[in-house]
Each structure stands twice: as C-alpha cells, then as structure tokens.
Design a protein around this ligand. Structure first.
Ligand SMILES: Cc1cc2nc3c(=O)[nH]c(=O)nc-3n(C[C@H](O)[C@H](O)[C@H](O)COP(=O)(O)OP(=O)(O)OC[C@H]3O[C@@H](n4cnc5c(N)ncnc54)[C@H](O)[C@@H]3O)c2cc1C
Length: 247
C-alpha cells in the first residue's frame, strides 16, 4: 500500500468547544484494538502529520479518532475545522503496542487514561474477543472538567452490558461532581480511592494495568504502581504495567 491514503470525513462529533471526534472513511490495513494511525493535512505545501489512536474496534468499517484542539498546535486546530465531505490523509499502516496481545494474563485489567487517551481503551472494550481475556475490566478515565468526558453514553452502555465484568471510574480534577472521584489518578491510587470505588485491590499476582495519556500522569502512575510491586511489562521481561505516551 502507498504511504498515505485519502480519507473522507463522514462525521464530526463536538463533545465540547475543543474536544471532538472525527469519523473517517479510508482503506487502511487491519489493526489491533489499542493501536494508532496517523492523520495528515497539507499546510503551505508541507504534510503535517500526527499520531491518533483508533477509537473504533477493528471490525468497524469507519475509522474514528478522538482529538483535542491544542491551542497553537499545528495540526489539531485544522482537524477540528474539518466537516463531512472534507478530505484528510490517513496512514494505511497501524502502529503501537498498547494492545491486549502484549498484556500478560491476570484476573483484572486496569486501564488508566487521561483525556483523549480513553480512545484506545474504547477500541479494546468494543472489540469482539476482549471480554474473554480477564475476569474484570476497570476503566479509569481522568479529565479536568466533567464536560471533558467523551463517549459517556457508550461507556454507560458497557456498564449495563457487562455489569459484573466492567467497572467505570470517572475522575475529574478541577470540579467536584457527584458520583465521580475528584483529584488525579496517582494520588487517588496512593489513597486507595480508586481501588475502593470498585472494591478490587491492585496486586502483582492478579492485576494487569495499561496506562495511556499525558507523560506526567504516566510517570507518576508508573511510580505508584511500582511502589505496589508491579513492574513494567517488556517483551523480554513480562510485567504488569503496559504504557503509551501521547507526547
Ligand atoms: C502514540 C500516540 C497516539 C496519540 N493519539 C492521540 C489521540 O488519539 N488523540 C489526540 O488528541 N492526540 C493524540 N496524540 C497526540 C497527537 O499526535 C498530537 O500531538 C496532538 O494532536 C497535537 O498536535 P498539534 O500538531 O495540534 O500540536 P503540536 O504543535 O504538535 O503540539 C504538541 C503539544 O500538544 C499537547 N498535546 C498533544 N496531544 C495532546 C492531547 N491528546 N491532549 C492534550 N494535549 C496534547 C502537548 O503539550 C504537546 O507537547 C497521540 C500521540 C501519540 C504519540
């Protein structure tokens, strides 16, 4: 396949003023849930490209990406200007190792996301063979304000469809919201608030964790989980912590 394919935007969902999803029709190679592709636009004769995780499961015919408009960012503001019918370049080749086949067996799978990094976890949770792999899945989704929580309806539907197997822990850092934890993921893990919210402990013998999002959260969460005895998951030395940084 060539380096880039022409994609067609079929829908844009605006979650709030800066947070949006793009649904794109494009012929790409098969991917594994949790992987990312690249989107690009021509700007002043140059191709500006960035990585974006697939939100849709691999079985879905339309690609979906969740993105935030980064102030003064080169590409994301232009992506937010796209409307149905517009073209966007899509890399046909998927990349990335934030996938279940990279994660060892365990009882529970914890997924820690900040902001747009909930995307790859939704792709995983909507993929066909996900639910057989672990007894329980806990999605911890941290944002600044409640209005920054995208895909809430879909996530609530997952709770209803898998009441024993799926737990959702929304975390909001800059306001207090009923039914949601307030604070930041690393400290809430230290306090045990996240574990208490679902009634499940985090222990190396039973827990697998995936972390995705901003580098500071990843660094601090990694340190907290290591303090609990978990180790980075590397191909040569399997562990319990699998991570992907967005910048
Ligand atoms: C593996 C991978 C997967 C990614 N998947 C996504 C995705 O699914 N959705 C998405 O929105 N971005 C994702 N990103 C980030 C994305 O590639 C771009 O960096 C982002 O859209 C900003 O591009 P820009 O050209 O507008 O800004 P740039 O001019 O490139 O500015 C980059 C700066 O923007 C900030 N930034 C970048 N990404 C984010 C973000 N997601 N949330 C908040 N601040 C951010 C950081 O401060 C970063 O230093 C991913 C990055 C990687 C490496």
């Amino acid at each position: 396949m060539s380096t880039w394919v022409q994609g067609k935007v079929v829908e844009r969902i605006d979650w709030n003023e800066r947070l949006f999803s793009l649904k794109v029709e494009a012929e790409v190679e098969p991917f594994i849930a949790g992987q990312f592709g690249k989107l690009a636009l021509e700007q002043n004769g140059e191709r500006v490209q960035r990585a974006y995780s697939y939100v849709n499961p691999p079985e879905s015919p339309v690609l979906e990406f969740l993105a935030v408009n980064v102030e003064e960012g080169q590409l994301s503001p232009k992506l937010q200007d796209l409307t149905p019918g517009d073209s966007v370049m899509v890399s046909p080749r998927p990349s990335g190792f934030l996938t279940l086949d990279e994660v060892p067996a365990g009882r529970e799978l914890w997924m820690f996301a900040t902001g747009t990094a909930v995307g790859p976890f939704l792709s995983i949770l909507h993929s066909e063979d996900c639910w057989e792999r672990y007894e329980r899945f806990i999605l911890v989704y941290a944002v600044r304000y409640q209005e920054d929580l995208a895909y809430l309806e879909e996530i609530r539907a997952l709770e209803q469809a898998h009441p024993d197997a799926f737990h959702f822990v929304p975390v909001v850092s800059r306001e207090a919201v009923d039914g949601m934890l307030s604070g930041r993921i690393p400290q809430l893990l230290v306090d045990g608030a996240i574990q208490d919210a679902v009634g499940i402990p985090i222990k190396p013998a039973r827990s697998q964790t995936m972390i995705c999002g901003n580098p500071e959260m990843i660094r601090e969460t990694l340190a907290v989980l290591e303090g609990m005895g978990l180790r980075k998951n590397l191909r040569r030395t399997p562990g319990q912590i699998t991570m992907e940084k967005y910048w």
